[in-house]
Design a protein around this ligand. Sequence first.
Ligand SMILES: [Zn+2]
Length: 156
Amino acid sequence: MEAGSYLCATTYVGTEIQPFNVTIMKCRNCGAEMPEGTKFCPVCGSSQVVNNGTQTAPGAVVGFILGLLGMCFVWFPLAGLPLSIIGVVISGKGKKKVEMNPSGYTGAGLLTAGQVLGIIGIIISAIYLVILLIGGALLGGSLSSFMDLSELFSSL
Ligand SMILES: [Zn+2]
């Protein structure tokens, strides 16, 4: 099939489609030109699939799940804080890859969600951790200290 149909496709692109701004990409292996979206190089036959825009960005799913888990564990900051931080880092790395090759990846929305969830998780976990530490320190004192803490909170 391939040789003849590719020749036709190439000719067609050269004379008809190119004036309508079809993007030409180069083979990842041999550098031959072909229309954007071609899955296999017409010259050397190597796969071009990485550039076809259907690959999920690395870390998109993992970063999002970690962000969600971090949110679930904000009331256990020693678990929630690390989960959220790792989620933000993984999502951020994925976003950089998407920015370098926006047409090559899907899942940018998941990466953004993972970052946002992670950052919110970090903030809530950190605040809660501070509250726990203060509360623990005061509770370690006396019951009257606990009453002070209650007053502190009610004055906020
Ligand atoms: Zn090639």
